[in-house]
Design a protein around this ligand. Structure first.
Ligand code: HEC
Length: 152
């Protein structure tokens, strides 16, 4: 075998990537710094609070609506963080529930772009269910509480 070709193939195998990925410029290596809990505390919770706040106080102007839409998208981006690195426990339901969260966060952002209070509120309710479903299983204190209640 041609030596260059062999080295190329060996590099592909070592990198564990497909030929298609290898053709694209190398993606920058990602390093994770926060646990799932820290993603919640630092990004998901404060961003969701802004989305849920719309039901209590209608955003006053375009800038306020833009801020709601941006925060809804930060909830969605926090989902991307939950799917990466050691934060993802590699369970299918974790991925599914995170995709639900992303879906409704994006719906809330779309509604905010249209200045649609009801749309944001409805998406916000669905979002709540997505958060809750993951906590029922993956938030240790809550999962233990539910297991206790089920055993009673
Ligand atoms: C895919 C799983 C998952 C999803 C989806 C998720 N969370 Fe969490 N959340 C966690 C985990 C894991 C923890 C940390 C549990 C622990 O270690 O105590 C947590 C913790 C929390 C806490 C408790 C923080 C504290 O003070 O102890 C809150 C509040 C929270 N999440 C809010 C949200 C909100 C709001 C959403 C939806 C917009 C959401 N979470 C979606 C997994 C998830």
């Amino acid at each position: 075998m041609n030596r260059m070709l062999f080295c190329g193939l060996a590099a592909l195998v070592l990198a564990g990537c497909s030929a298609r990925e290898a053709a694209a410029p190398a993606a920058p290596a990602l390093e994770s710094f926060a646990t799932a809990r820290q993603v919640m505390l630092g990004l998901t919770i404060p961003a969701t609070d802004v989305v849920w706040g719309v039901g209590n106080e209608t955003p006053a102007d375009d800038a306020a609506w833009e801020r709601v839409a941006a925060n809804a998208l930060m909830v969605a981006e926090s989902g991307n963080l939950l799917l990466t690195g050691s934060r993802n426990p590699q369970q299918a339901d974790w991925t599914e529930m995170t995709h639900e969260m992303i879906k409704y966060a994006r719906a809330a952002a779309e509604a905010a772009q249209k200045h649609d209070v009801d749309g944001v509120t409805e998406a916000g309710d669905e979002l709540y269910n997505a958060c809750d479903s993951c906590h029922n299983k993956y938030m240790p204190a809550k999962a233990a509480e539910l297991a206790g209640a089920a055993a009673e």
